[in-house]
Write a new protein. Structure first.
Length: 297
């Protein structure tokens, strides 16, 4: 298939594209910069220059392809409304372009909140409407099932880790470095799911080829790593003390990340593993935090 991919040069997009190419697909990538475009071309990827806000490029890329994999996101944590609006507009553009074609549309999403049990692929997202997290993109995409689009949702763990990670765990590392304390919220019993980036890329590629319309996949290798264990690993790596932060002080200490690091978002991928024949094989999060990669200046 000819597959149009956004976020192809990104943290998850790079291994996902590698897997798609190995599976024999032709990949066309949206590239914002010439540097990204050159790197993609060197891997045998065709390039369409444009940005996430360039809806005409998104539309034409989808119309010219047999499938769409949407992994890009602005991730503007200081202005979430900007990220949410861009994500919803992109999803609606792709949905309209693919309507009536039965072509796959694979969309990146995030694991859900605390349920008092591991969340599963059967749990519906509670986020609806443009003002919801990610602009309610998951549910908006699923609306297009009724219009002949083969929508597949891939929910990623909050930590997609590995050497070169620039996501949430490195933010925790830098906070600990700056403050001289590796903190955890409350008693640190909250848990974060995790997956190595190479395993995450495999879920995306397998989802293109093997998932059913409307299926939700969980790119999760570890159901929940205790946040205290994460903080302790960061403390060892930096050589700084480790200690609790009262929930009332979490936002002051961690900034916006405090609201997330204090959650218990344990999640299962048992249904995904069974459906796709996928077995995570990469290092664990604590394995990666035991080496030097996360602590280089």
């Amino acid at each position: 298939m000819r597959i149009f991919v956004t976020g192809a040069s990104g943290w998850i997009g790079t291994p996902a594209v590698d897997q798609l190419l190995r599976s024999g697909h032709d990949v066309v990538a949206l590239a914002r910069s010439e540097a990204s475009a050159a790197a993609l071309r060197a891997e045998g990827v065709s390039v369409r220059r444009g940005e996430l806000d360039d809806l005409d490029s998104l539309r034409s890329g989808a119309e010219d392809s047999d499938a769409v994999v949407h992994l890009a996101n602005k991730h503007d944590f200081a202005r979430p409304a900007v990220s949410n609006a861009a994500e919803r507009a992109a999803v609606e553009t792709f949905g309209e372009a693919l309507a009536g074609s039965d072509r796959p549309f694979v969309l990146a999403s995030g694991v859900l909140g605390s349920f008092g049990r591991p969340s599963t692929e059967h749990d519906p997202s509670p986020f609806h409407g443009p003002d919801a997290p990610r602009g309610g993109a998951e549910n908006r995409a699923l609306d297009f099932l009724a219009r002949g689009v083969k929508v597949v949702i891939v929910r990623f763990a909050p930590s997609v880790h590995g050497d070169g990670d620039y996501g949430l765990v490195p933010m925790l590392v830098e906070l600990a470095r700056t403050k001289g304390l590796s903190g955890y919220v409350g008693d640190g019993s909250g848990r974060w799911p995790a997956v190595h980036r190479l395993d995450a890329g495999r879920v995306v590629a397998l989802g293109v080829d093997g998932a059913e319309a409307g299926q939700v996949l969980h790119a999760i290798a570890e159901e929940g790593v205790p946040t205290r264990s994460i903080a302790e690993a960061i403390g060892r790596g930096l050589g700084v003390p480790v200690g609790p932060i009262a929930p009332a002080d979490a936002m002051a200490h961690f900034g916006w990340l405090g609201g997330l690091f204090g959650l218990d978002v344990v999640s299962s991928s048992a249904l995904t593993q069974k459906a796709l024949g996928w077995t995570p094989s990469g290092p664990t999060l604590l394995d990666d935090l035991s080496g030097p990669a996360y602590f280089r200046l």
